[in-house]
Write a protein that binds this ligand. Structure first.
Ligand code: HAM
Length: 421
C-alpha cells in the first residue's frame, strides 16, 4: 500500500530542481501571448458546479465522470475547475463585454480531473491557455492556431502536428446528428459500450472513439465537412485559407470533434509523437457559451495545452532546462568567529545581483563536513574564510569541478565572481 506521505495518485510534488523548466515555459507563454495583445487572467480554482456543467455540457465525459465536486458549508455545489474556458467566460461576462468588443486573455494554472492516472494523464495537471472572446471571426481562429505554433517553436518543441476540423454551427447539429445516427444505427451492435450509449446521447462523440473495435466502422463514417451547412463550410474554408497565408502546416481531421459540447465551427488538436499514448499537447477551437445568469451566448476561440505534456515533449527532444543546483556558491567558515563574517560575505554576494544562489555555513562544522554539504547542494564554487583569511582580509575561492583554488582580496570577491562564476 502507498505510504500516507506520498502524494495521491495522479498528483505530484514539484521540487525546485524541476521548476526551472516550468519557469522557462511560463516566461515563453507570457512573452508570446502578450505580444499578440493577450493579458493574463487568474480565475478561482473552484467555481459553482453549474459554471462547468452548463458550459461543457452535462453529457460530456468530464462532467459525467471526472469532476471533483463537493458541497460547501452552506450546501452549495462547488467544483474544482476541470478546465479554464468556462471560468474565463464567466469572468469576462462578469466584467462586462460590450457589443463588438474583443477581450483577449491567457491563463495558466492547475486543473483537476478524476481520470485514471497514466503516463501523461493526471488528476491535477496544469494548463496554459488563451481565449479571444467576442467576435465570431474565422481570422481569429487561424491567428490563434498560428500563435500556438509560434509558442511551440519558441519553446523548442518541433515535430508537432496540427489537426483541424469543423463541428459546424449549433443550427447544423440536428441534421449532423440525424445523418450520423443513420450511419451508425445499423452497426452499433458491433461497437463499444460507450458508443452504444452515445448513439442516443452524444452521437458526435462516436466519431472520435479510439476503441479498437470501433475504429474500422468510424473510418467509414461521413466527414463532418460534408454534413454541415453552407455557412459553416464557408467559415471553415476561411480558417484554412488564413492558416495557409500565415504559413501554418495543418492536417484535415474529418473525425475530430473534441470532447466538450461548447464547440462550434473550428476544432483542433495538436499532437506530438514524444508523448506516448496520451499524445495531445493541446486542444482548442471556437465555442459559444451562455455564461451563468445570462441568456445570450458569448463567443470565443482559444486553446489549452497541458504544461506537463509540453515539458515531456521538450524532454523527448532534449531541450529541457537542466535541473538547478540548490546552491551555486557555498561559503565555508572555519572556526566559530568566522561564521558571522561568512554570513556577511554571503549577503554581499546576494546583494551584488549576480543571480547566484548562495548558501553559507551556520554551524561552524569541520572543513570536511562543510565540503560534503557544498557537494550535496551542487555548489560550483566554495569560498573559504578561516580566521587567518579573516585577519588577512582574504578569501580562498575554490572551483569544485577542477579543484583549483586562488586567494582573492575580500574587497575583490564580487568582481572575481563576476568573472569566474
Ligand atoms: P482539453 O482537450 O480537455 O481542452 O485539454 C487541453 C489539454 O490539456 C490537453 O490537450 C492535454 O494536453 C491537457 N490535459 C487534459 N487533461 C489532462 C490530464 N488528465 N492530464 C494531463 N494533461 C491533461 C480544454 O481543456 C479546453 N478548455 C481547451 C480550450 C480552450 N478550448 C477552447 N479554449
Amino acid at each position: 500500500m502507498a505510504s500516507s506521505s506520498e502524494p495521491l495518485p495522479g498528483t505530484s510534488d514539484l521540487w525546485d530542481a524541476e521548476i526551472g523548466d516550468w519557469l522557462a515555459l511560463e516566461a515563453a507563454a507570457r512573452r508570446v501571448f502578450s505580444a499578440y495583445g493577450y493579458g493574463e487572467l487568474r480565475t478561482p480554482v473552484f467555481e459553482r458546479t453549474e459554471v462547468f456543467v452548463r458550459s461543457l455540457g452535462d453529457e460530456t465525459e468530464v462532467v459525467q465522470k471526472e469532476m471533483y465536486t463537493f458541497a460547501d458549508r452552506g450546501g452549495r455545489s462547488l467544483t474544482l475547475r476541470p478546465e479554464g474556458t468556462a471560468g474565463v467566460i464567466r469572468a469576462v461576462a462578469n466584467s462586462g463585454l460590450g457589443q463588438g468588443d474583443e477581450k483577449r486573455v491567457f491563463y495558466m494554472g492547475p486543473m483537476f480531473r478524476g481520470e485514471r492516472p497514466a503516463a501523461g494523464r493526471r488528476r491535477q495537471f496544469h494548463q496554459v491557455g488563451v481565449e479571444a472572446v467576442g467576435p465570431r471571426d474565422p481570422v481569429l481562429d487561424a491567428e490563434c492556431i498560428a500563435m500556438f505554433v509560434q509558442f511551440l517553436d519558441e519553446i523548442g518543441v518541433s515535430g508537432a502536428r496540427v489537426q483541424l476540423n469543423t463541428r459546424g454551427l449549433g443550427e447544423d447539429r440536428a441534421r449532423v446528428a440525424a445523418a450520423l445516427r443513420e450511419f451508425f444505427a445499423p452497426r452499433v451492435g458491433e461497437m463499444c459500450e460507450d458508443c452504444q450509449r452515445r448513439l442516443d446521447t452524444n452521437v458526435l462523440r462516436m466519431l472520435d472513439c479510439k476503441a479498437e473495435g470501433c475504429r474500422g466502422i468510424v473510418a467509414a463514417a461521413p466527414d463532418m465537412i460534408d454534413l454541415v451547412g453552407d455557412e459553416s463550410r464557408e467559415f471553415f474554408g476561411r480558417v484554412c485559407r488564413c492558416l495557409d497565408q500565415l504559413g501554418v502546416d495543418y492536417e484535415l481531421a474529418p473525425r475530430l470533434v473534441r470532447g466538450l459540447d461548447y464547440y462550434i465551427h473550428t476544432v483542433f488538436e495538436v499532437t506530438h509523437s514524444g508523448l506516448g499514448a496520451q499524445d495531445a499537447l493541446a486542444g482548442g477551437g471556437r465555442y459559444s457559451i451562455v455564461p451563468p445568469g445570462a441568456t445570450k451566448p458569448v463567443d470565443g476561440v482559444g486553446f489549452a495545452a497541458g504544461m506537463e505534456r509540453l515539458l515531456m515533449a521538450r524532454q523527448s527532444l532534449g531541450v529541457a532546462v537542466p535541473p538547478r543546483a540548490e546552491a551555486d556558491v557555498y561559503v565555508v567558515s572555519l572556526g566559530e568567529a568566522s561564521v558571522a563574517p561568512g554570513l556577511v560575505l554571503a549577503r554581499d554576494l546576494r546583494q551584488a545581483g549576480l543571480g547566484l544562489r548562495v548558501r553559507a555555513e551556520t554551524a561552524g562544522r569541520s572543513m570536511k563536513a562543510q565540503m560534503r554539504t557544498a557537494n550535496r547542494l551542487g555548489a560550483r564554487l566554495v569560498l573559504i574564510q578561516g580566521e587567518s583569511e579573516l585577519a588577512a582580509g582574504e578569501v580562498v575561492c575554490k572551483n569544485m569541478a577542477s579543484s583549483e583554488q586562488v586567494t582573492v582580496a575580500r574587497a575583490a570577491v564580487v568582481a572575481w565572481l563576476r568573472e569566474n562564476a
